[in-house]
Design a protein around this ligand. Sequence first.
Ligand SMILES: [Zn+2]
Ligand SMILES: [Zn+2]
Ligand SMILES: [Zn+2]
Length: 127
Amino acid sequence: MTPQRRVIVAEIMKTQGHISPTALARKVQADMPGVNASTIYRTLALLEEAGVLAHAHLEGGAEYHRTEDAGHVHLACSRCGAADNLSIDEAAALQKLIEQHHGFWPDLTHFAISGLCAECRRQVTAG
Ligand SMILES: [Zn+2]
Ligand SMILES: [Zn+2]
Ligand SMILES: [Zn+2]
């Protein structure tokens, strides 16, 4: 492993929750100026192939989790950007419903569900 790649991996392992490729690039370049963004993207792709990372599509674009942290459904407020999570257990009823109607097994963790958070709903209905 090259020293550059070691810095990238260390930065990823330090991160709790999600990290976007651009946020990762910013952190890595702060530790080791001159690391190419394409090296960072390539490293993310390799780690995903190896099963260490998984990506999910959130309101701001694709973000990475460590695979063991990836088992939840993302809720994203399209008005204020607030993010919340549902556990897979909480989402199980919806998953079952989709499966029963269509025989389709949805991966609810892969794309965020967009909508309105409680606060935005209050504001919108108070209008
Ligand atoms: Zn994807
Ligand atoms: Zn997540
Ligand atoms: Zn909101």
